[in-house]
Ligand binder design. Structure first.
Ligand code: ASP
Length: 457
C-alpha cells in the first residue's frame, strides 16, 4: 500500500486534477490520497490558502470579505465545471465555505484555522467526486471521522500520539481514500492546522499509521536538486538522500518538503519518494534511512537561508562558570525565543536565533537580563546573518571539505562570520552576511560540482 500526497500546483486546476487521478488509478497500491488546496496556476496567481487567509482577516477586521469569498467560490466552480461535476458539488462547497464564516468562534486563531482548512477540505471533496465519476469506488474522509487529533497550537499544531492508532481504521476501507491535508482536530473538537505547507505532514502521519511501503510526495519538480534552481541554472539532481540529509536541507531552506515532514516516517523507516505530477515516469528522489550510493562526491546538497541573528556574549573566564549556558538559555526560554545553534569559544558564546522570533521589546529585555543577571562583559545582537549549510553523509571522515568550502568562499571575497559542525559530520554550517548568501551557494556549488551556472536573476 502507498500513500500519495499531491501539492498545491498538482491541484491548481481541472487539468492538473485529471493528472492526479490518472496517477492514482494507474497503480492499485495507491490507496490513500492526501491533497493540498489548489495552488498557483501561474507565477503571479494566488493560492486558495492565501485567499482564505485574506478572507478570514477581512472578516475579523469587519471589512468587506464578500468579494474575496466569491473569488474563492469561483476558483472551485471553475475546477468543478471543467471536471464536468454536478452542480450539487459546487452548491455543497459554497455552503461549506459560508458556514465556516458564519459559525461562531471564540478566538481569532481558531477562526483563521477553520477558514484555512477549507482549502484542502473542499479540494478533497472535489477529487473524491471526480474519482467516483470516472468509476472508482472512493471515500472522502474527514480527519475527524478517523481521529486525526492535533495539539491545540493553532496554525502550528503537532500530531497527538493516539492519532496513529486511530488512523489504522483507514486500512479497513475498500476503494480509494481521499484525505484532506494540512489540518486535524483538537481534543476539544476545533479545527487546527499545521504550519504552512503542512499537507506534507499529513501524508507522513498517514504513511506511518498505515505502515505503507512508500510515501509518495508528488510535486512539480522531477527531483530534489543539489542547490536551489533559482540560484543555479540546471543544478544536479539527487536520486537518493537519507532522512538526515533531507532534514538538514529542509531546515536550511529547501522548500520541496515541509521541515517537519519526516518525523513520523523516520520513526518507522518508511521511504519517501519525491515525484513530479507533470512527469510521473521520472523516478524522482528517494529519501531513505540509509543510502548505498553516491559517496564519491562528499556533498549531497547546499542550502542557504536568511533571517538569522546572533546574540554575542562575552565574559572573561566564562569557561569556569558552571551553568552559564543554561542560564542564558533559560532567559531565552522565558521570552519564548527558540534557539537554533550555539557556537562557543573560551570566553564567548553566540546564540543563533531566527530574527522573526525577536521583536524590539524582547530584544531589549533579553539584553538587559543577560547583562544584569549574568554580569557579562558585553552582549550584542548582530543581524543580517544567513546560514549556508553543506550537507552530505559522504563528508563523514573525509578530510578537507571545510578547506575547500572556505577556499571557495575566500576566492569570492565572502567573509565567514561563523562555522559550526555537529558531531554527526553530516552537515557544516557557515554563517555569512545575508547579502552574500546566493554568491556563497554558487561558489560552493562550483567548487564541488564544477559546471554550475549562475542564474541571471
Ligand atoms: N495549503 C496549505 C498551504 O498553502 C498547506 C499545503 O499546501 O501543504 O500552506
Amino acid at each position: 500500500m502507498k500513500v500519495c500526497k499531491f501539492g498545491g500546483t498538482s491541484m491548481a486546476n481541472a487539468e492538473q486534477i485529471r493528472k492526479v487521478c490518472q496517477i492514482v488509478t494507474s497503480d492499485p497500491e495507491r490507496k490513500v490520497v492526501v491533497v493540498s488546496a489548489p495552488g498557483k496556476r501561474f507565477d503571479k496567481d494566488t493560492k486558495i490558502t492565501d485567499m482564505l487567509i485574506d478572507c478570514a482577516e477581512k472578516y475579523l477586521k469587519n471589512k468587506d470579505y464578500e468579494s474575496i469569498l466569491s473569488s474563492i467560490v469561483l476558483r472551485y466552480s471553475e475546477i468543478a465545471r471543467d471536471l464536468n461535476l454536478d452542480d450539487e458539488v459546487m452548491r455543497d462547497i459554497e455552503s461549506n465555505l459560508r458556514t465556516r464564516v458564519q459559525m461562531g468562534y471564540d478566538s481569532d486563531a481558531k477562526f483563521l484555522d477553520r477558514m484555512k482548512a477549507a482549502g484542502e477540505d473542499n479540494a478533497a471533496r472535489l477529487v473524491a467526486q471526480y474519482l467516483r465519476k470516472i468509476g472508482h469506488r472512493t471515500h472522502y474522509v474527514n480527519p475527524k471521522d478517523v481521529g486525526l487529533f492535533l495539539s491545540d497550537e493553532f496554525g502550528n499544531a503537532r500530531v497527538l500520539p493516539q492519532s496513529f492508532k486511530n488512523l489504522t481504521k483507514l486500512k479497513e476501507m475498500d476503494g480509494i481514500v481521499v484525505f484532506p491535508g494540512f489540518f486535524g482536530y483538537s481534543l476539544s473538537g476545533d479545527v487546527v492546522t499545521f504550519s504552512r505547507g503542512g499537507s506534507d505532514i499529513t501524508g507522513s502521519i498517514l504513511s506511518a499509521a498505515l505502515e505503507v511501503q512508500v510515501y509518495e510526495n508528488f510535486t512539480d519538480v522531477d527531483s530534489v536538486f543539489v542547490a536551489n534552481p533559482r540560484i543555479i541554472k540546471n543544478p544536479a539532481a539527487i536520486s537518493e538522500l537519507t532522512y538526515r540529509e533531507m532534514r538538514e536541507l529542509s531546515y536550511a531552506g529547501f522548500t520541496v518538503l515541509h521541515e517537519e515532514t519526516l518525523e513520523p516516517v523516520f520513526q518507522r523507516g518508511i521511504p519517501v519518494n519525491i515525484r513530479n505530477t507533470n512527469n510521473p515516469d521520472a523516478p524522482g528522489t528517494l529519501i531513505t534511512p540509509v543510502r548505498s550510493q553516491g559517496f564519491d562526491i562528499p556533498l549531497s546538497g547546499i542550502a542557504g537561508d536568511k533571517g538569522f541573528c546572533s546574540i554575542n556574549i562575552n565574559k572573561y573566564m566564562m569557561n569556569r562558570e558552571i551553568g552559564f549556558g543554561r542560564k542564558v538559555l533559560q532567559i531565552l526560554e522565558e521570552e519564548f525565543v527558540p534557539f537554533e545553534h550555539m557556537p562557543s569559544g573560551i570566553d564567548d558564546i553566540s546564540i543563533i536565533v531566527r530574527t522573526q522570533h525577536l521583536d524590539s521589546d524582547k530584544k531589549s529585555r533579553i539584553m538587559e537580563r543577560i547583562s544584569k543577571e549574568l554580569r557579562v562583559d558585553s552582549v550584542s545582537f548582530e543581524y543580517d546573518l544567513a546560514l549556508v549549510m553543506v550537507v552530505g553523509e559522504g563528508m563523514k571522515h573525509r578530510i578537507g571539505v571545510t578547506t575547500r568550502v572556505s577556499k571557495a568562499l575566500a576566492e569570492k571575497s565572502i567573509n565567514i562570520r561563523m562555522i559550526n559542525q555537529g558531531s554527526s559530520e553530516v552537515s557544516i554550517m557557515f554563517g555569512v552576511n545575508e547579502a552574500d548568501v546566493d554568491r556563497a551557494v554558487i561558489a560552493i556549488y562550483e567548487e564541488f560540482f564544477a559546471d554550475g551556472n549562475e542564474c541571471e536573476n
